[in-house]
Ligand binder design. Structure first.
Ligand code: FAD
Ligand code: UDP
Length: 366
């Protein structure tokens, strides 16, 4: 059998591409090195709870076209992400909003909150924030920075807040209203029954080979198709010949607990430096679960090394420059298309991955 496309990786990007290619009469073979499909959005059913095995995933977008597209493959519930931050024995609402400020300072009006923030940064004279610390201080003042940002960020990234780019913190909403919705997007939810089913539907009728690492069987697999869509790590594709792109990895300690409700919320962030994990996810709350037991995952962040799962690209100047060099090589490939979060070395939310895959289909599948 000869295929039009060999798709490397059965994550969201690869699955959307394969689905669209099939719709247009093209044949695809999908290869996946893990023993399951769905990439990092894979959910495993434990005691009837959909456990987000590679980290909590909340679908959110403002793009109606993408929302309508994903709704063809799943029904979404009305979950709104509203994490809690725990600093020592103090609990705060996230993202940073009037609930956070009133708990922090015992105040009640936006005016009071703004005055306190202004007074805490008056002597710093930050005009153009040059790093994450300056950005955070200028947005929320010293108390919120010290209690809710500094420790968490340094655990998450393994780097001092002054060495991290400002944009990381800017993706969190900051509001002077009482609103704990973590996202500003118009559409949000969790697919009823978990994410794996979405990918199952996308890949319906398409041949998938699991436990198959493309790079270990490259010659043989290349001979099976005209073109390759590669969604693995771009530097690994080139055997790291120009250098290694840095990632943060995450270790999940998952536990089944004989209680129906462990922490009362899907996401609790532990923002102090001394607690070794960054957050605890209680999976059932994503789907308002009523099971008699619960499953929680503690997340421990670490520097990625070869053999670990790559999670967050470290998009600083050094890595972005190295990625550009790999991209130049990739752009010269005639029969290989690089895509997805690993192929593009980008922190991509799911909606952006779908959009990128559909745009590529538009160019490729004329
Ligand atoms: P992946 O899901 O990584 O799929 C790539 C696949 O390729 C993997 O299955 C991999 O095993 C396979 N592969 C790699 N190399 C090879 C090879 N050589 N041979 C064969 N197979 C290979 N997005 C949101 O919108 N909301 C969220 O709440 C959210 N939370 C997140 C939390 C965490 C901890 C992380 C890390 C990401 C989160 N994301 C979230 C982003 C989301 O996970 C991605 O947008 C999406 O999963 C990317 O899909 P992908 O297909 O590009 O990559
Ligand atoms: N962040 C923080 N305290 C928190 C939550 C987030 O300081 O309680 C910072 C941290 O630097 C993190 C960034 O905000 O990397 C973005 O947070 P987000 O929740 O988007 O991270 P993700 O869900 O991608 O891990």
């Amino acid at each position: 059998m000869h295929y039009d496309y060999l798709v490397v990786g059965a994550g969201l990007y690869g699955a959307v591409f394969a689905h669209e290619a099939k719709q247009r009469g093209k044949s695809c073979l999908v290869v996946e090195k893990r023993d399951h499909i769905a990439g990092n959005i894979y959910c495993k059913n434990i005691e009837n709870i959909n456990v987000h095995v590679y980290g909590a995933h909340i679908f959110h977008t403002s793009d109606k076209f993408i929302w309508d597209y994903i709704n063809k493959f799943a029904e979404f519930n009305n979950y709104i992400n509203s994490p809690i931050a725990k600093y020592k024995n103090e609990l705060y609402n996230l993202p940073f909003n009037m609930n956070t400020f009133s708990k922090m300072w015992g105040i009640s009006t936006p005016q009071e909150a703004k005055e306190i923030i202004a007074s805490q940064i008056a002597d710093l004279n930050i005009t153009e924030p040059e790093n994450l610390e300056e950005q955070a201080l200028s947005l929320v003042g010293r108390d919120v920075y010290e209690k809710l940002i500094k420790g968490y960020t340094e655990k998450q990234w393994g780097r001092d807040c002054r060495e991290l780019p400002a944009f990381i913190i800017k993706r969190l909403p900051l509001r002077f209203i009482y609103d704990n919705n973590y996202f500003n997007d118009r559409y949000q939810g969790i697919p009823v029954g978990g994410y794996t089913r979405i990918v199952e539907k996308l890949l319906d009728g398409i041949e998938v080979r699991l436990n198959t690492d493309y790079l270990l069987n490259k010659e043989e697999l290349d001979s099976l198709a005209d073109k390759v869509v590669y969604t693995g790590m771009i530097d690994r594709y080139y055997d790291y010949r120009l250098g290694v792109l840095e990632y943060r990895s995450v270790r999940f300690e998952t536990e089944l607990i004989e209680t129906d409700n462990f922490q009362g919320n899907a996401v609790v962030n532990y923002t102090e430096r001394e607690v070794p994990y960054t957050r605890i996810i209680e999976h059932k709350h994503f789907e308002f679960g009523k099971q008699p037991v619960t499953v929680i995952s503690r997340e421990y962040s670490s520097e990625w090394k070869k053999g670990d799962e790559p999670y967050y690209p470290v998009n600083n100047e050094k890595n972005d420059a190295l990625y550009q060099k790999y991209k130049e090589l990739a752009d010269r490939e005639e029969r290989v298309i690089f895509g997805g979060r690993l192929g593009s070395y980008k922190y991509y939310d799911m909606d952006k991955v779908i959009k990128a895959a559909l745009e590529m289909c538009g160019r490729e599948l004329q």
